[in-house]
Design a protein around this ligand. Structure first.
Ligand SMILES: O=P(O)(O)OC[C@H]1O[C@H](O)[C@H](O)[C@@H](O)[C@@H]1O
Length: 289
């Protein structure tokens, strides 16, 4: 993905390492820095790629995803806000389908910080009756830190819905999810299960008592992805499995084999935002050999 984006013409050279390019209908901010290559679409403040120097891509992107105005991107990190899933329309909230603004950028020897902002508008007020400012701050270097901050006067759900690039879904296991989950493929039943999560078909679970850190053990890519969650109630684990993958137009038929979503989420409870105390959801990714 990042090679493809870096081959697109530069629309605006923002700094030495940051440029704006155009992928079909969507403007994309591309980072090419000695320590890291990365890209974020202004629509949805959607991180499309984060690849530290010398590593395989960390985020999975669907080769069948559309890059169209108002259409959700399949892969990377959709920001779900102010609701999750089918709790409202559109699915996973409107923040992922709207154009955000790049409001700040910084860079140093270690990498780049990009800040994107979405504010309430007539269009959002028609969908959700609250004024808000939503800020997403991406600190991109050898590690990746993402912080989502919402200011206003409301309750909201949220998720950093990360699609990770893996060697093979049949071989990965996930640690640190805790034993209690809501099983969305079995009538949203509350269940208990100890041990690491492995995959043998469609899996869609909201873990409600996760540990602070989840780990994706990937024996094929010979690495462990470490996901340090901050200020989340839940972690969602999702893989569509073969059948659902075939039925999704924006996913290749075998797409499910090389991705897994491990989502830093605030789903089982809402976060409260006030003007004095914004709500905050954050995550840090790092890699271990
Ligand atoms: O197809 P989307 O709206 O992007 O949602 C993709 C998936 O997101 C989450 O992981 C949910 O738990 C799943 O139920 C949902 O299918």
């Amino acid at each position: 993905m990042i090679e493809q984006l870096l081959s697109l013409p530069v629309v605006n050279q923002i700094s030495t390492t940051i440029s704006q390019r155009q992928k079909d209908e969507l403007p994309v901010i591309v980072v090419s820095h000695p320590k890291v290559r990365a890209a974020v679409a202004l629509q949805g403040a959607h991180l499309l790629a984060w690849q530290p120097e010398g590593q395989e891509p960390v985020l999975w992107m669907s080769s069948a995803s559309a890059f169209k105005e108002g259409v959700a991107i399949r892969g990377g990190i959709p920001i779900c806000w102010p609701w999750f899933g089918p709790a409202g329309k559109p699915s996973h909230g409107f923040a992922r389908n709207m154009p955000w603004e790049l409001t700040d950028h910084k860079e140093n020897d270690q990498g780049v910080v990009l800040t994107l902002t979405l504010k309430s508008s007539e269009e959002t007020l028609a969908l959700w009756p609250h004024d808000f400012t939503l800020t997403a701050r991406f600190t991109l270097g050898e590690t990746c830190h993402i912080e989502l901050e919402s200011t206003g006067d409301f309750e909201a759900n949220s998720a950093l819905h990360t699609y990770f690039n893996i060697g093979d879904i049949a071989d990965v296991s996930i640690k640190g999810l805790g034993g209690s989950f809501i099983d969305k493929v079995d009538g949203a039943k509350a269940k208990q299960e100890t041990g690491d999560l492995t995959f043998s078909g469609q899996t869609d679970r909201i873990y409600t008592q996760p540990q602070a850190t989840s780990e994706i053990i990937d024996p094929v890519l010979k690495r462990t992805l470490v996901i340090a969650h901050e200020n989340n109630a839940d972690v969602v684990a999702w893989n569509p499995g073969a059948q659902l993958s075939v039925s999704m137009a924006d996913m290749p038929d075998d797409g499910y084999k090389t991705m897994v979503c491990v989502e830093t989420a605030q789903v089982s409870h809402t976060h409260t935002s006030t003007h004095a105390a914004p709500a905050r959801l954050a995550v840090t990714f790092s890699l271990r050999k």
